[in-house]
Design a protein around this ligand. Structure first.
Ligand code: PMP
Length: 344
């Protein structure tokens, strides 16, 4: 943990070493002990600070980046914020191609942090020239002295978590962790953390969380890309319409799928029960734990670590807006079991 009596040279010294917080009420009906790795304690309020800092410092070490150069990335917002933050401190320009699914708050934040932002349509295929992948690629080709972070296809994304998130969780649980539950977007968080943890104890169960509308779970089970799995969904940062090489499928034991609606109610329930104001995917990961718990997958002595990737303030116009929730029809359903069981 960071010490309050310590003085830091700049915000980048505050990246990582996030707290592990016991969950007390939201899991009260489940067997086991549950701990959240609360990544909103990073200075950029998400786990993406870790990869932005790590990847940029690796490029510096290899002599690829010099001050004044440009860093380019595709991002659902969090990675962009982190790259923008690191760029400010280290003196780089930052260009971001973001999905139109990203909240207006996130886009405004990126601009505030000095980034140049290109908003690209969310529901086009990855090889469409309008997609944020293709736009970023083109900008990289057109911009002299630029580095493309390419988080979905960069092994350093895995290494960042192998070198930080994994050891932190192992030390914080004193090696007693039995399960890791984490959302998979690029897959970097779950893959790097899992790789480190499995090296310490191969029995630790690694459970990925995927969205309905994403190909990831099916690919893990069949190693085949099934286009029929792909359709629009609302959660940002979870699941994918392509197979990222930053996901190491071999270190993940299984994937659990969660709905937009139940994840949204769960995110709101985490705030009301634990006083932790976290993002939409934290709700998704918590929903996965509920589903597994209801299948009696955890024992009383188990130590389950769940990753809460970012802060709730980034979703004020979405999950934490009653207007948005009712527009999605999320208050209409009589059968939202999370909402019935948890009075929030
Ligand atoms: N939650 C949020 C809010 C995210 O932005 C991301 C990253 N896209 C994830 C979870 C998943 O993390 P990873 O990319 O490391 O799989």
């Amino acid at each position: 943990m960071k010490h309050t009596n310590q003085v830091f040279d700049n915000v980048l010294d505050l990246v990582g070493n996030t707290p592990l917080v016991r969950l007390n009420r939201i899991t009260s009906e489940l067997q086991g002990n549950f701990f959240a790795k609360v990544e909103s304690f990073n200075p950029g309020q998400s786990s993406k600070d870790r990869i932005a800092l790590y990847i940029i410092e690796q490029a510096e070490k290899q002599g690829i980046l010099t001050p004044g150069d440009t860093i380019i990335e595709t991002t659902s917002g969090n990675t962009g914020f982190s790259i923008a933050m690191v760029s400010i401190i280290k003196g780089y320009k930052c260009i971001l191609a973001v999905s139109s699914k990203s909240s207006a708050d996130k886009i405004d934040m990126l601009k505030t942090m000095g980034a140049k932002v290109y908003v690209c349509p969310a529901h086009v295929s990855a090889d469409d020239p309008r997609s944020y992948y293709q736009v970023a690629k083109r900008l990289h080709e057109e911009t002299k002295g630029s580095v493309y972070i390419n988080q979905y296809f960069n092994q350093l994304n895995i290494d960042a978590h192998y070198n930080s998130t994994g050891p932190e969780i192992w030390n914080q649980t004193e090696g007693k962790i039995t399960h890791l539950v984490a959302c998979s977007g690029t897959g970097g968080t779950i893959s790097g953390t899992a790789k480190y943890l499995k090296e310490q104890n191969p029995d630790i169960q690694i459970i990925g969380v995927d969205a309905f509308g994403s190909v990831i779970k099916k690919y893990h089970e069949t190693r085949e890309f099934d286009e029929k799995e792909i359709y629009p969904y609302r959660i940002e940062g979870l699941g994918k319409n392509l197979i990222p090489t930053a996901t190491d499928f071999d270190v993940i034991d299984e994937f659990v799928k969660v709905t937009d609606e139940e994840s949204a109610h769960m995110a709101r329930a985490i705030a009301k029960t634990e006083g932790l104001f976290v993002g939409y995917t934290s709700g998704a990961a918590m929903q996965a734990i509920k589903q597994l718990g209801e299948e009696n997958r955890f024992k009383k002595t188990d130590q389950v670590v769940i990753i809460f990737p970012d802060h709730g303030s980034r979703y004020m116009s979405k999950v934490y807006s009653d207007k948005w929730m009712s527009e999605q029809g999320f208050f209409d359903s009589v059968n939202v079991h999370t909402a019935e069981k948890i009075q929030y």
